[in-house]
Design a protein around this ligand. Structure first.
Ligand code: AMP
Ligand code: ZN
Length: 454
């Protein structure tokens, strides 16, 4: 069954197919900016892309998908954070890259096949900028920066339909920026000691030393690791403009060929009706939720409860619902025979996923199967659905199995420990032991395990 997905450029639901003769599907997902912890809004996007990767593997074969996701490790935000903390850029970005990897693993996201960094691809970016300058698509500004000239690319705006509409800003705004046209964007930023600290590289020929603009990194890393034409390019909806519009302009002008056959943008996670974002400060990290006693798998499940192309409002109630859904799934899995049953019992789940990634419909269909008495389902068929959704039921077992009264005691003990009220914490541990549960403390939360007599 083919996978169908909305294409943000062509604005219709289309089949995903590998376009290269080797049959390998080339998939690029814009990755995180590593200057702070990724929040669960960011992870909504990465989890949705992980389900897409899993569906592609099921459809085409594990060795027929090449998934690349970058790390943005040099830009205004990463440099700003390094200056604020007074630590080298590489130290800041390593810390948040490690945290990102830890969170991805806890959320059961498959690792991309290649995870390139912007700082690891400076020559590739410089090279593309030089080609764009030679072809007349880019120009040097008086300060030694290089800008892309959007007037040189008539298709500019096709993805976002932004063209004239939003590019109207007062003249003074762009004169100050040395641009010929307000829509022109930086490919290379000349070094400014007051902003950039010690972050600089030799520039393209004819330009000053400095650093790449944000957009060119993805164009250069895609070209290097996936080639000039890819099959699918994805990201959160905020990347559609200007980031992806600019990527198309750079890559198509440099390479002279179609950049991506399919574009997909997932919608944002909201809190109280507004987008979860680092700048607004209204966010939860995975660590925040684990510290409240929720399992990472419940977070993953909750992120899949809304249609990826619709905004999803995040609530702690949705995590409670996710924890109990996972408990039911685990209990159901324990009853399944290894063989027998109807091989097509999960057809509706795959139909939903393969039809524009309808994860809530797939979860609904799954519970219809779970709740239908007398249906014979074999374990392998069920595990295939769990693989597609990336739900690792073993990872949630102990905590999810604890009765509510035990969880309440555990939450109280955790809070007491955080407040350094060790006497209360010890007393609560005794109560838990008496109830047949032991509590394992970790850096960012706890888990519950039944003790032997339980
Ligand atoms: P960043 O680390 O800011 O570069 O963002 C990484 C990814 O998270 C991008 O694909 C963004 O579009 C996406 N993103 C940012 N905020 C949200 C949100 N509130 N909900 C879902 N995705 C988001
Ligand atoms: Zn990108």
């Amino acid at each position: 069954m083919a996978i169908k997905l909305f294409d943000s450029l062509k604005r219709e639901i289309r089949e995903l197919t590998p376009s290269h003769p080797d049959g390998v599907f080339r998939f690029y997902n814009c990755g995180p900016t590593v200057y702070a912890p990724a929040h669960i809004g960011n992870f909504r996007t990465f989890v949705i892309n992980d389900v897409l990767r899993r569906l592609l593997e099921l459809e085409l074969g594990q060795d027929k998908v090449k998934h690349v996701r970058n790390l943005t490790d040099v830009d205004d935000r990463t440099i700003g954070q390094s200056k604020k903390e007074g630590h080298p850029l590489g130290q800041i970005t390593k810390k948040w890259t490690d945290q990102f990897h830890e969170d991805c693993a806890a959320l059961n996201c498959l690792r991309p096949h290649v995870e390139p960094t912007a700082t690891g691809h400076i020559p590739e970016q410089v090279n593309m900028i030089e080609v764009l300058m030679k072809k007349g698509n880019a120009y040097r500004a008086p300060d030694g920066s290089v800008y892309f000239k959007i007037a040189s690319f008539p298709e500019y705006g096709a993805l976002s339909r932004i063209k004239e509409r939003e590019l109207k800003v007062t003249n003074s705004a762009f004169d100050a920026d040395h641009k010929d046209d307000v829509g022109d964007f930086a490919l290379w930023k000349a070094y400014k000691p007051e902003d950039d600290g010690d972050v600089q590289w030799p520039g393209p020929q004819g330009a000053s030393a400095g650093r790449p603009g944000w957009h060119i990194e993805c164009s250069a890393m895609i070209k290097k690791h996936l080639g000039e034409t890819i099959d699918l390019h994805t990201g959160g909806v905020d990347l559609l403009f200007p980031h992806h519009e600019n990527e198309i302009a750079q890559s198509q002008c440099c390479n002279g060929t179609t950049f991506a056959h399919h574009w997909y943008h997932s919608e944002h996670l909201l809190v109280d009706g507004t987008t979860m974002s680092k700048s607004k400060g209204n966010y939860y990290t995975l660590g925040d939720l684990v510290a409240k006693g929720y399992s990472p798998m419940a977070v993953r499940y909750a992120l899949l409860m809304g249609h990826p192309r619709k905004q999803l409002n995040f609530t702690l109630d949705s995590l409670h619902a996710a924890e109990s859904a996972l408990t039911s799934l685990r209990a159901f899995r324990a009853t399944l025979p290894a063989t027998g049953g109807d091989p097509n019992v999960f057809a509706a789940e795959f139909e939903a996923l393969n039809n524009d990634l309808n994860t809530p419909a797939a979860l609904g269909a799954l519970f219809t199967v779970v709740n239908t008495k007398g249906l014979v389902v074999n374990a392998a068929a069920f595990d295939r659905v769990m693989f597609a959704l990336g739900l690792d039921l073993n990872a949630v077992a102990a905590k999810a199995d604890a009765p509510a009264a035990v969880t309440v005691l555990a939450d109280k003990r955790w809070a007491a420990k955080q407040a350094k009220d060790f006497a209360t914490a010890d007393a609560l541990r005794k109560e838990l032991t008496a109830a047949g549960w032991s509590m394992l403390d970790r850096k960012d939360g706890y888990s519950l395990e039944p003790s032997k007599k339980n």
